[in-house]
Design a protein around this ligand. Structure first.
Ligand code: NI
Length: 179
C-alpha cells in the first residue's frame, strides 16, 4: 500500500507525452497499478493517471466498484485499469460539463468533450479492452487519457467564465476534495 504525492499543475512532469508500456503482467506494472488505486482511493477521486504521481507511463485508472458518495447521481463507471490507450470519437457531438482534477485542487471548470467514443487498450495483464461509451464514462476516459498526452482540463476549456473555486461554485460540496 502506497499513497503517493499527487503532482500539481505547474509541474513540468504533467506536460510530458507519456511513454508506452512495453511489457505487461510485470511486478513493476502491478505495483504501479496498486499505487494508483491506493492514491485515488485516499483522495476519493474518480480517476488517476500515472503521470500525476510522476510516473512517465501510459497507465490510467478510473471508475469504482461502488458509488462515489461525492457524486451520488453519477452513473457507475466500472473500475478499469487502462494501458496504452487509444480514443476514437464517434460522431461530431460534443458535450460540456463540469470537471475537476486532483492536480488542479480546489477548482472546477466546464470542459467540452466528445459525447461518444470508442476506447481501446489493455489491462495490466495484457488482456485487450475495447469499449464504446458515452456521457460521464466517456468524459472520465477522455480526462484521464489527456493526462497521458500532457493535457490538463483547463487547456481544453473554451469559456473561462465557467471556471472557479469549488467552494464558491458548489457550496454544498465545499468539504469535498477534487477528482
Ligand atoms: Ni485529472
Amino acid at each position: 500500500m502506497a499513497v503517493c504525492e499527487i503532482l500539481k499543475m505547474g509541474d513540468p512532469r504533467l506536460l510530458r507525452v507519456a511513454q508506452k508500456v512495453g511489457q505487461f503482467d510485470t511486478d513493476a506494472l502491478h505495483l504501479l497499478v496498486t499505487d494508483l488505486l491506493d492514491t485515488m482511493r485516499a483522495a476519493n477521486g474518480a480517476g488517476l493517471a500515472a503521470p500525476q504521481i510522476g510516473v512517465d507511463l501510459q497507465v490510467v485508472i478510473f471508475g469504482s466498484e461502488e458509488r462515489n458518495p461525492r457524486y451520488p447521481d453519477r452513473p457507475l463507471v466500472p473500475r478499469t485499469v487502462l494501458v496504452n490507450p487509444t480514443i476514437t470519437p464517434l460522431g461530431e457531438d460534443q458535450e460540456s460539463d463540469w470537471e475537476g482534477c486532483l492536480s488542479v485542487p480546489g477548482l472546477r471548470g466546464v470542459v467540452p468533450r466528445w459525447a461518444r467514443i470508442r476506447y481501446t487498450g489493455w489491462d495490466a495483464f495484457g488482456d485487450p479492452i475495447d469499449r464504446t461509451v458515452d456521457g460521464f464514462h466517456a468524459r472520465v476516459v477522455q480526462h484521464e487519457c489527456d493526462h497521458l498526452w500532457g493535457k490538463l482540463y483547463p487547456m481544453r476549456m473554451r469559456d473561462f467564465s465557467q471556471f472557479g473555486f469549488t467552494e464558491i461554485l458548489f457550496p454544498g460540496i465545499a468539504a469535498a476534495e477534487d477528482d
